[in-house]
Write a protein that binds this ligand. Structure first.
Ligand code: PGA
Length: 245
C-alpha cells in the first residue's frame, strides 16, 4: 500500500523524511536502527536536516548501521563524484555513526570477485537484521538505486549497465570526465525487503515518473512501479513532483 504526502516545497519533504528517521532512531535507541541511504540531489535537504538535528538537538546515530543503495563502477572511494565521497561530505563527516557500520558497495572490486562481493553485501544487510527504513530517490526514467528500466523485480545486489539517459544527466557532475558506464546496485528485491520505504521526489522533472510509478501498472519498463507491491511505502512529494497525478 502506498501512502502519498504532498508538501509545498522540498523543505517540507525533508522535514517529513527527517521526522521518520528521528522516530526510528529514538525508538530503536541502543538496539540500533538499520538505515538504507541514497545519494543524488533529492536527499540533500534531508541530510542537512538530520545533521542539524544531530548538532542542535543531539539526535544520536551512534548505534545505527547504514547501507547505501549503489556506487558507480569503476570508481575510487576518494573520487570527487563517488557516492562514498558524497556520503562523507553530506552526512557521515557530520554525524557520530561509526565508520565500521557504514556500508556502500565498493566501486573498485575487480570483476572476478564482484559476484561474491555482492553476495557479501546482501549477507551484511541480513546479518544487521534487515533494513528498517530505506530512503529512495527516483530517476526521471523511473530507476530506483541504479535499477534501470528492464531490471527484474527479483534482482539482487549486482553490477549493472547505466542507461544512456542516466549517464547524460550525470555528465555535468563529472565535468569533462567520462561518466562510468556501470555501477553496483542493490537489486529491486533487496530494496523491497526493507521494512519501510520513503520515496522522495521534488521538482517538475520527476512528475511523469512519479505518476506512472504510483498510478500505472507494475512493469519492468518503470522500476519504481514495483514499489506498489511493498506493504509500507510512503511517497513524500513537493507540489511540482505531484503535479501529473
Ligand atoms: P536526483 O537522482 O536526486 O539527483 O534527481 C535521483 C535518482 O536518480 O535516484
Amino acid at each position: 500500500m502506498s501512502r502519498v504526502e504532498v508538501f509545498v516545497d522540498a523543505a517540507g519533504v525533508a522535514r517529513a523524511a527527517a521526522d521518520a528517521f528521528e522516530a526510528l532512531l529514538r525508538e530503536r535507541g541502543k538496539d540500533g536502527a538499520v538505515l538504507g541511504l541514497a545519494t543524488g540531489s533529492t536527499p540533500l535537504p534531508l541530510y542537512r536536516e538530520l545533521v542539524r538535528r544531530h548538532r542542535e538537538e543531539g539526535l544520536p546515530f551512534a548505534h545505527a548501521t547504514s547501507f547505501n543503495l549503489d556506487e558507480y563502477w569503476p570508481i575510487a572511494p576518494d573520487h570527487p563524484r563517488s557516492f562514498a565521497r558524497f556520503m562523507d561530505e553530506h552526512l557521515f563527516d557530520h554525524l557520530d555513526l561509526p565508520a565500521a557500520r557504514r556500508h556502500i558497495p565498493s566501486g573498485l572490486t575487480p570483476v572476478p570477485g564482484l559476484a561474491a562481493a555482492c553476495q557479501d553485501y546482501e549477507a551484511a544487510i541480513a546479518a544487521a537484521g534487515g533494513i528498517d527504513l530505506q530512503v529512495l530517490g527516483i530517476g526521471v526514467n523511473g530507476h530506483i538505486g541504479f535499477n534501470e528500466p528492464g531490471a527484474l523485480p527479483g534482482s539482487r545486489t549486482r553490477m549493472v549497465e547505466l542507461d544512456d539517459s542516466t549517464r547524460a544527466r550525470a555528465r555535468g557532475d563529472f565535468g569533462g570526465e567520462e561518466v562510468p558506464a556501470r555501477a553496483v546496485t542493490m537489486g529491486l528485491a533487496t530494496i523491497l525487503e526493507a521494512r519501510r520505504i520513503l520515496v522522495l521526489a521534488t521538482g517538475p522533472d520527476k512528475a511523469a515518473a512519479v505518476a506512472a510509478a504510483i498510478d500505472g501498472p507494475a512493469t519492468t519498463a518503470l522500476p519504481a512501479s514495483w514499489l506498489q507491491q511493498h506493504p509500507d511505502v510512503t511517497w513524500l512529494l513537493d507540489a511540482p513532483a505531484a503535479a501529473a497525478r
